[in-house]
Write a protein that binds this ligand. Sequence first.
Ligand SMILES: NC(=O)c1ccc[n+]([C@@H]2O[C@H](COP(=O)([O-])OP(=O)(O)OC[C@H]3O[C@@H](n4cnc5c(N)ncnc54)[C@H](OP(=O)(O)O)[C@@H]3O)[C@@H](O)[C@H]2O)c1
Length: 244
Amino acid sequence: MAYTIDLTGKIALVTGGASGIGYAIAEAFLEAGAEVIVTAKTDTSLEKCNEKTKYGVLKKIKLDVTNDISIENLFSQIDDLHILVNNAGIVKRGLEFRIEHFADVINTNLMGVMRMSHEALPKLALTHGNIINIASMWSFFGSPMSPGYTASKTGIIGLTKSLSNAWYEHHVRVNAIAPGYIETKLTKPLRDEKEEKEKITERTVMKKWGAPKDIAGAAVYLASDKANYTTGTTITVDGGYSIT
Ligand SMILES: NC(=O)c1ccc[n+]([C@@H]2O[C@H](COP(=O)([O-])OP(=O)(O)OC[C@H]3O[C@@H](n4cnc5c(N)ncnc54)[C@H](OP(=O)(O)O)[C@@H]3O)[C@@H](O)[C@H]2O)c1
């Protein structure tokens, strides 16, 4: 019998799961047998998101993680919850030295994770569920162009440790994944700068950027019972970028 990861009977919520890394995680959760809800901030992204995947149908709900009413509205549509992936995120490269942009990025990437985790806790406590936060290479390094993004993603690692410590009394595990450079719409402006794109490719041990699905395996593992002794940790999935 093959060694398998089975998420049958689990209900997962992936914020920002209508595209990119979140969508790949959502598809993989479906493949593993879970029911999956994905969200986007805008109607355009929700409409563009193909809910009919090879492995089943995704439920789509609009969500702004900076808005308490939007979060309340989302949770009013969810009964049980086993897995929360805090994946929604933005970067405002080059603009984040201005305080309004710095604040916007922190509010979305870091405070959004706290808001969502706090609202999800009562449901996750009932199912002994888990949270997966999406960190970044900029959790470890200092971006000269994106101080808000760096601060938010460094904060994700600290928040993951703190919540994992606090919430195991509810049998809720909290972990993070730090992706390397992945081809998504978030990194399109960076990839359009030929020199920057090349620099990153060259530094990466595997000499290539990742695809969204490269992140999904770590998420399926962390979400599953196979990770039942794992909490407070960050798994790096970066093709070797961070070891050079
Ligand atoms: N791509 C990479 O190389 C990379 C590397 C490390 C970490 N990450 C992280 O991975 C996560 C996913 O990014 P991605 O690369 O897959 O980009 P993406 O396709 O642009 O996904 C970002 C998602 O977040 C949603 N979002 C943005 N602001 C939101 C808000 N206020 N409330 C709720 N949802 C919001 C977006 O919705 P709309 O489309 O409607 O705006 C979109 O669905 C982010 O946290 C990012 O920081 C990415």
